[in-house]
Design a binder for this molecule. Structure first.
Ligand SMILES: *[C@@H]1O[C@H](CO)[C@@H](O)[C@H](O)[C@H]1NC(C)=O
Ligand SMILES: CC(=O)N[C@H]1CO[C@H](CO)[C@@H](O)[C@@H]1O
Length: 182
């Protein structure tokens, strides 16, 4: 008897066990604002509130910036930040930049942000996809944290804003490569 009733009970419980809490508009607004604040004015307290400890960030654009348009030390297609601590070390060393959220779209656990960084002389726009996880806690503005980010943006403009100059090829027949010089 037991052997037939246990699977039945498991089946009955399954919808409850898999019920998932989804992001609300308020969670999306809070996380998008905090994500922007980490770029424009990084603090460890905000990083702790916003990112999971095993936070990962994938971005060829950021790898290119770290590599000064070369291919080392960061592999271009590799993981950009391997943890929150690694993100903190690199972010704390970076000058703050303006960051405005232009649009957000979301589903149950993922937020897509279109953003503008009004740097000079070149504006930079980008898209960041934030994968979140449910982490309820007391005194929380949101019960979600960012666990993974996939982001790409105009890193050529960002390099120019960082003081790099671009040397175009002398003619169209030459190899179409762009040389960045510090
Ligand atoms: C952030 O979290 C780390 C542990 O992950 C802790 O050592 C540190 O004190 C926290 N910082 C703040 C400002 O809360
Ligand atoms: C201040 C605040 O927003 N607290 C909430 C944190 O999350 C728990 C669990 O979902 C809520 O019950 C609190 O209201």
């Amino acid at each position: 008897m037991k052997f037939t009733t246990i699977p039945t009970m498991v089946a009955l419980c399954l919808p409850f066990a898999t019920a998932k809490v989804c992001l609300s508009q308020s969670d999306v607004t809070t996380l998008s604002t905090h994500f922007g604040d980490l770029v424009s004015g990084y603090t460890q307290k905000l990083a702790n509130q916003t990112l999971t400890t095993n936070f990962m960030d994938y971005s060829e654009s950021i790898n290119t910036l770290i590599d000064s348009a070369g291919t080392t030390p960061n592999a271009l297609l590799g993981l950009t930040f391997t943890s929150r601590a690694n993100f903190e070390t690199l972010s704390a060393a970076q000058p703050s930049v303006p960051f405005q959220v232009q649009n957000t779209w979301y589903n149950c656990d993922t937020i897509t942000i279109r953003w503008l960084s009004t740097q000079s002389p070149q504006p930079v726009v980008g898209i960041s996809v934030l994968q979140t996880v449910y982490r309820p806690r007391q005194g929380n503005a949101t019960n979600f944290k960012i666990n993974e980010v996939w982001a790409e943006f105009d890193s050529a403009a960002w390099l120019i804003d960082s003081g790099f100059t671009v040397t175009p090829p002398a003619s169209n027949r030459e190899k179409r490569e762009v040389t960045f010089e510090a």
